[in-house]
Each structure stands twice: as C-alpha cells, then as structure tokens.
Design a protein. Structure first.
Length: 481
C-alpha cells in the first residue's frame, strides 16, 4: 500500500494512492471529517492549494478539486484576497452526531478563568505597585537569555541574591550554597518530605501547630504523612508539650504564628532547637510573611540560631507574599547535613522554576527594589490594619486581636455563642463574596476550636477603595448577626 500521512495544521491527512477512491475525494473526506469533529473550527484558514500540495506530495489540481467540492457543500468559503477558510456560518450549526458544546466539553475544555480575588481573602498581597521600572528592566534582561537552563539547585546568581536577602531582611547570614530554589513553600516542603521519607523507610509523622495553616497541613498529608496536632497559644508553639520519640518533623511559624499572630519568644526557640537536637526531629520553619512586620523590626529566623553544618532547621520561604502569587518562586535554606539528602533528589527531579523567571528575580533582588517595595507595602498594610480597627470598633461581641505584621488579622467573637455566630457571619460574608475565613478551619483538632471563634481577614488583594468598601459591608453583616 502506498500511503501519504501528513499533519496539516492541527489535523492529520492520510491519502492512499492504491485505493480505488480518487485522491481528491479522499482529501475532501479528510477535511470534511476534521470540520465535523471540530478539529478545524469555523473561521480558521486552511493551507493554500500550492502549500498543501507540496506538503502532501500531490498535484495542486488534486487540492483545487477537493477545495471546490467542499466550497460547494458549504464546508469551506473562499474569499478573494483572504484565501480559503472553514465556513464561518458553521458557527450557527451543530457538528454531526454531537453538539459542538459537547465536543468542547469532552475534548477541548475551556480553560478556567482566573477568579477575581475576593477583597478580604487571607494570604493575598497588595500587588498593584509591583510593576515598575526595576521590574520591567529585570524581565527585559532575563528575556534576552531565554536559552540558558539553570542548574537544578537554582540559578547561582539568584541563590546569591536570596542569601543576601536573608542576611539583610531576616538577620540570617548563610552561604549561597545553603539555598535551593523552589517553586514556593509547598514545593520546598514536598522535596523535604520526599527526601525524609526515602531515608526513613516508613510513613512520616509530622507535627503541626494547632491552630495552624491548613494548606501546609494538607500538603504534608498529600505526601502520605501522618499529622499530629501540637498546641499553640498567643506566643506560638507550646514547646513545653513537645513529644519525644514520635515525630520525624515539625512545621512551625515562629516569626508570625498563623493565624493567631504571635512571635515565638527566645526561650521557646532555644527549647525547640534543643529538643530537635536531642530527638533528631527536623524543624521546618515556614517564613511565609515575616518581612511584613509593621511595628518594630522583623525578627531573625529560627534558622539564624541553628548550626549551618549539623543543624535541624529547614527554612521555607516564598516571594508570593512579598511580590505576587503568580511568580510561583521561593527558596529552601538547609544546613549541610540535610542538604546532602535534598540535593540529589532535586537534581533527579530537576528545577521547577524557569530560567527566565529565576534570572528576572535575581535582577530584581540585585536592584534593591524588593527592599524598597517592602517598605512601601508595610506602610499600606499598617494603614489597612488601622482601617480594620476603625471600621470595626464598637461592633458587638467582637475583638480585633493585636497583630504586629503580616497579611491578615483575626476578629475574635467574645460572646458565648461565638461558634454559631461564626457560622452565620461566614455564610453571609461568603454570599457577599468578601472572602473572609472562619477561624474554626485552622484547627486540626476541631474540638479545640470551640474555645475560640471568629474570622480571619486578609489585608491584601484589591485596591484601597475596594478594601474599604468590603470593610463597610462586613461591618453591616456583623451589626445584624
């Protein structure tokens, strides 16, 4: 059999020279089938007759006859000066056998539209002033090196800039070799848990603060870990109640406990490190928004107190909170002993962040603009914190918990039926599209949530005017429930 099989545009064309069916009829049937199956869409152009004849290795006359037949049938439309295209009028009809919408739903689903951020959703930074001259310049320079593939551990320039960023912004002086570039906190946690799981030979047992961040708790569970709730209070993790002989790792937020906002005092930090050294537990420090401290200076990381060679602390950081979530880039900082387990795995899996993104981020950090941007944002977050206090002052049965920094604040209900009120207010706020979260969801042990009820309210997201309007709507809900 002598067959011609060529991909034309986005659909295949097969012609059999030995068949009894003439080539023009075969070509017309192939095009007709592609149009009926919505592989070729109304309004899309088909190749010029000479070009298609060249690709298929057939006479141009074969293509001309096939096109003329399909024009006569109404499948194609030829317009002088615009070439031949699938008849746009077919948009008004259904393809044979299946509705066009059904084909789209099955074979080519519409991409999910980006949801507009809800004005009071926790975890979202203010992003309207990120794009400026330094940002544009960094991306222009990075785009000129699109052919450069960075090492799996990260672009060396970016690793150096991250180390410098940690020294300046987080009081943590470590070598660039201690840094591994990640796609964010959850990616860094995944690499760590995979490496630990491969060396322990069993399911990992991970301790988490209770209350704590549900996303990291859920990510650890996705990697097959068993979760143990560890009590936290207004000062963070209660280090006097840490268990011996049970955990492989513990996830903590010592600089800004989530969601209650406390900072782990130095005695507790030292107690935690001593416990980790004694038990061999890895301490995972989630440093998610600690640069955003608008009263006093940002506290040094727990990693700053750790031994850079034989230590226990792995620091996870992200630029999603200080720059923008869409960047999807972060870092992992680990002592040499733990990096010996992490680096082979990262090299095997490959780097998750594109070279262009890494080069742009390195240039942006080197310009010093992130430090200036952070300083500007701190003033805006402080103003929003004050707006929360002003707008919600005097609301019945409500306390705005003190918060020294970060992207959220906690509204605590002080009445006895706080749990019921939380549910009612949350339902009304969701109906308004405000994005606030109920405090109960942050507890691993849900029975413990009954002692505190309220809302977690984000202070990033949209512009200042929309944020103010959302506060007014929330106050109206609080006044009626």
């Amino acid at each position: 059999m002598s067959e011609i099989s060529v991909a034309v545009g986005s659909f295949p064309v097969q012609l059999d020279r030995t068949a009894d069916v003439p080539l023009p009829v075969q070509l017309a049937a192939a095009l007709r089938e592609a149009i009926d199956a919505a592989t070729l869409r109304p309004g899309e152009h088909v190749p010029a007759t000479r070009e298609l004849a060249r690709r298929l290795g057939i006479a141009r006359g074969v293509v001309v006859v096939a096109y003329e037949q399909l024009v006569a049938e109404g499948y194609l439309a030829a317009t002088h000066g615009r070439g031949t295209q699938v008849n746009p009028a077919l948009e008004l009809t259904e393809p044979a056998g299946v509705a066009r919408g059904e084909i789209s739903a099955v074979s080519d689903p519409e991409p999910e539209a980006a949801a507009r951020p809800e004005p009071l959703a926790p975890g979202l930074p203010i992003t309207d002033s990120v794009v400026g001259p330094a940002w544009r310049s960094a991306w222009r320079d990075a785009a000129a090196h699109v052919d450069v593939v960075p090492p799996a551990l990260g672009d060396p320039a970016l690793r150096r800039e991250i180390a410098e960023h940690l020294r300046r912004m987080r009081g943590t002086a470590r070598a660039a070799s201690d840094v591994i570039v990640t796609a964010g906190t959850r990616d860094g946690l995944g690499v760590l848990l995979t490496a630990l799981g491969g060396t322990r030979g069993r399911e990992l047992v991970i301790g988490v603060e209770d209350p704590g961040l549900p996303s990291l708790r859920g990510a650890a569970q996705r990697y097959g870990a068993n979760i143990v709730a560890l009590p936290a209070d207004a000062e963070g993790l209660d280090t006097s109640r840490l268990p011996d002989g049970l955990l492989d790792a513990v996830i903590v937020t010592p600089s800004h406990q989530y969601p209650l906002g406390g900072s782990l005092p130095l005695p507790r930090r030292r107690e935690l490190l001593a416990w980790a050294r004694r038990t061999g537990v890895v301490v995972v420090e989630d440093d998610f928004d600690s640069e955003l401290r608008y009263t006093g200076s940002a506290l040094p990381t727990l990693a700053a107190l750790d031994d850079p060679q034989h230590g226990s602390v792995v620091l996870l950081g992200t630029f999603s909170r200080t720059i923008a979530p869409g960047l999807a880039a972060g870092y992992l900082l680990a002592p040499a002993g733990l990096r010996a387990r992490l680096e082979p795995l990262r090299r095997e899996l490959g780097g998750p962040v594109s070279g262009v993104v890494q080069a742009a981020l390195a240039g942006y950090l080197a310009s010093g603009e992130l430090r200036r941007h952070t300083a500007r944002m701190l003033r805006r977050y402080a103003a929003r914190r004050d707006a929360v206090s002003d707008r919600l002052a005097g609301a019945h049965g409500l306390r705005v918990r003190p918060m020294d920094g970060g992207l959220h604040t906690v509204l605590e209900f002080t009445t006895e039926a706080g749990g019921d009120r939380e549910s009612a207010v949350l339902e009304a706020a969701q109906a308004e599209g405000l994005g606030v979260q109920g405090l109960a969801r942050y507890w691993q042990r849900r029975e413990q949530a009954h002692g505190m009820a309220g809302l977690v309210l984000g202070m990033g997201g949209p512009d200042d005017a929309e944020f103010e309007r959302a506060l007014v709507r929330l106050r109206a809900i609080l006044d009626t429930l």
